[in-house]
Design a protein around this ligand. Structure first.
Ligand SMILES: *Cc1c(COP(=O)(O)O)cnc(C)c1O
Ligand SMILES: [Zn+2]
Length: 421
């Protein structure tokens, strides 16, 4: 196992370094706040535009030279990464933008971006000889860990709030995980998972705790930049709960600059639900995320419901260091964005995925993006994850199916009423 390109893990509060060898999570001096960042010796990393062109691997592991894994590490067989980035000219026209793309992470093997982090967790867990890998999740990180563990026969224990959407729980049960439905919130599930993993010595994938999750999620940005042929977009919109995805996107952009793949970063915009807007509050009021108290989150977009964003240090830096912003959208705006995204780009998103488009709509209305801008919307999860919300969304915009007796004449009457010929 050779990881010479990894220097160490650095505490984001005090800067203290830790060796990147064992299963370390947070800083000894700063506890849960002392999230660690993986630091690289970029001079030892030979990842270039040309080396990527020559690499036939379409998965996230094509970026392994700048990931905390050895060149010869065995990775899980599921195809994680390589998700499409679609040109969406009708969305661009709607919003008055030069270009708009939708990157569809709903196309991952378990149907959300979380597969990128969970694949990394399984590689690290197995490197560290874990008998059991565990996580707490609002649902998607759980489904991702569950599916990727299943692909390699890795035992795992998953903690989710009992309110998690049925599709996500069904995935966990189908993949054969030990599923713990916690009578409480995501925060309660998180705390119970932390206690259990400490008690039993399990390898813990928890978001904003395991330093390697950012390193998996960052591949979404590296991949996006490569797909856009290294022509850096002006802005990227992503929804934010714990803040780990947005932190990962920022890390990917920083890596790309450090490696000379691009010469600048896109502005990164984080979108939160009005009922789960910790980071928007902190951004607007210039509050310190290390001391700001938790809120009580409540939103239809379960994947971005977080009382205290676990990865808030990285999440705030992603926006402030790229000249982006945090934006707030209502649950109605989120639901309305589901059919807009689906109809104007063909991408079917769960509420948290559509929230990114709702945020872009707000940004366009405020003039934060305009006619000169090339903008990316990251859909983080498939609409099939939460069919109940999708049905609410289409009902909300007045879409109804045609109901007919099985007779052509009846159909004709109905079509005539709708003006379809
Ligand atoms: C997890 C998730 C998010 C938010 O990611 P964080 O890292 O928690 O900010 C957004 N959308 C979907 C679909 C997710 O699963
Ligand atoms: Zn520290």
């Amino acid at each position: 196992m050779s990881l010479e390109h990894v220097l160490h893990l650095a505490c984001l509060v005090c800067g203290r370094d830790y060796p990147a060898t064992g299963p370390r999570y947070v800083c000894d001096d700063h506890g849960a706040e002392g999230i660690l960042d993986v630091r690289y010796d970029y001079d030892r990393i030979g990842l270039t535009r040309e080396s990527l062109v020559a690499d036939p691997d379409p998965t996230m592991w094509r970026f392994r030279a700048v990931m905390p894994v050895a060149a010869d590490a065995v990775v899980p067989p599921l195809t994680v990464g390589g998700t499409p980035t679609y040109d969406a000219p009708r969305l661009a026209a709607d919003l008055g933008l030069a270009r708009t793309w939708v990157k569809d992470e709903g196309r991952q093997p378990t149907a959300s971006l979380k597969d990128r982090a969970s694949a990394m967790a399984v590689v690290k867990g197995r490197e560290f000889g874990a008998s059991v890998i565990t996580t707490a999740s609002t649902g998607n990180a759980a489904a991702a860990l569950s599916g990727i563990c299943a692909s390699v026969g890795q035992e795992n224990v998953i903690f989710v709030p009992e309110s998690a959407p049925e599709a996500k729980v069904a995935q966990l049960l189908a993949y054969g995980s030990t599923v713990v439905l916690v009578a409480g919130t995501y925060t309660d599930a998180f705390e119970l998972c932390m206690e259990a993993s400490a008690e039993y010595g399990w390898y813990n994938r928890n978001t904003g705790f395991n330093p390697y999750m950012t390193e998996g999620k960052k591949t979404a940005m590296l991949e996006l930049l490569e797909q856009l042929e290294w022509e850096v977009p002006d802005a990227v919109f992503v929804s934010v709960g714990d803040g780990s995805i947005i932190g990962g996107l920022h890390k990917g952009a920083k890596d790309a600059v450090a490696l000379g793949l691009v010469d600048r970063m896109p502005r990164i915009y984080g979108v939160q639900a009005a009922g789960s807007d910790y980071l928007v509050q902190a951004f607007e009021d210039d509050e310190d995320v290390l001391t700001k108290a938790p809120i009580s989150a409540d939103t239809v977009a379960d994947s971005i419901s977080a009382d205290l964003p676990r990865d808030r240090i990285k999440a705030m830096a992603a926006v402030t260091e790229t000249d982006g912003a945090y934006l707030r959208v209502s649950d109605d705006e989120i639901l309305d964005a589901i059919p807009v995204l689906a109809r104007r780009s063909g991408v079917f998103a769960e509420p948290a995925g559509a929230a990114a488009l709702a945020g872009l709509q707000v940004a366009a209305a405020r003039g934060l993006v305009g006619s000169g801008d090339r903008v990316v919307v990251l859909n983080t999860g498939s609409g099939l994850k939460d069919v109940a919300s999708a049905m609410r969304a289409v009902t909300g915009v007045g879409t109804e199916p045609i109901r007919v007796a099985p007779e052509l004449s009846a159909l004709k009457n109905q079509l005539e009423e709708k003006g379809i010929s």
